[in-house]
Design a binder for this molecule. Sequence first.
Ligand code: HEM
Length: 409
Amino acid sequence: VSRKLSRKQLLIAGGAAGAAAAVGGGIVHESRSGATPAQADASVQSPTVPFHGVYQAGILTPSQSDLRFASFDFIGSGKQDLHDLLRAWTTAAATLTAGQPLGTPNEDPAKPPTDTGEATGLAPARLTLTFGLGPTLFDKVGLSSRRPPQLTDIPHFPFDELDPSISGGDLCVQACADDPQVAFHAIRALTRIGFGVTALRWIQSGFTSAPVGNGTKRNLMGFKDGTANPSTSDAAMMKSNVWASAGDGQDWMANGSYLVSRKVEIRIEVWDTSAESEQEGVFGRHKRSGAPFGATSEFDTVHIEDIPARAHIRRANPRQGEVTERERILRRGYNFDEGLDAGFTESVAGLFFLAYQRDPRAQFVPIQSRLAAEDRLNEYIQHVSSAVWAILPGVERPDDYLGQTLFEA
Ligand code: HEM
């Protein structure tokens, strides 16, 4: 029996989800239009984040507590399969992010239920689903000429020890929610819809906790992480550094973005035996306050001469005027913890680094080249996976679908 889901089955899966959206998706339908930064901020207290918008959600959205990131191989037969998959995923994503189950009540009891059920009764938990395409996809579906020049493989850096089985992929979905079970359910649902057209390649889970009274979250090294991020409410900055624009090389990518994902393990046991002054010197910031050396508060201006030459923040951003301003990326990573290594001696934990940007060749790559060449942090970390993704433009209207501009270009 062929594992492959027929085109008709795909459409049925999408259609069933669509019916559910029509019944219960009021929240989504009322709050369309562009996910402006202001709206993204307004979603902090809201249980649902609008799926529809000029840009995809899950980028400017203040980070939810839980991540489930899936990379898929494309095993379908070409462009039409990809098109049908993205249509079906669009409908399902609108339904899931509205907190609705897939499928309709009173389904055929002789068949597996459309919705697997583990999110039934759970709050929508600000679920966002963000979809991207990998560089390897374009040749497979006969769309080589539409591959954006920004979507080129990330070069190998010194000390990278990348595991190919958890690197790369043809499609990705970033599921973020304030409930791990909601994120799990969403990835499971999308995986089932893609059955026969996509196969899971790897999955990464992650978590991040907001401090009391909000503020910058901390990574597993105990430092505030995200302090120097550009402000998501700075629309001009987002346009220049995060969103792809028509004229960047492939017009169909306008209002999309590029995502670099890197799994970075932290040598927790080694880190935990290092002195606090050493730890602070690694970053050039104070551990408790997050203040840069030479200052007292987290958001005080960084005076580069106060930061040790090999400290992480100075290598990442040497603050050389416009040059490094153009490199600024939007980091949105998650912590991970996978227990002990095979020898039961060391923790397998770290940071699943996710960074959105307009052009990895001009942003992530030069930053990481400097870090790989020299960064105090390197003594305590190991990069083990890498991938780059073209994050699709947002789905603006109810009848639109993910990747529409790619097919209709
Ligand atoms: C385990 C891995 C990593 C950890 C624990 C880590 C941690 C940190 C911390 C604590 C800061 C200072 C606070 C902040 O501004 O967010 C920071 C800043 C930064 N990191 Fe990392 N980082 C890691 C990997 C990376 C990688 C792979 C990149 C590659 C692009 C990167 C790029 C940056 C940038 C651009 C900044 C802001 C620098 C500034 O403008 O001051 N980091 N990181």
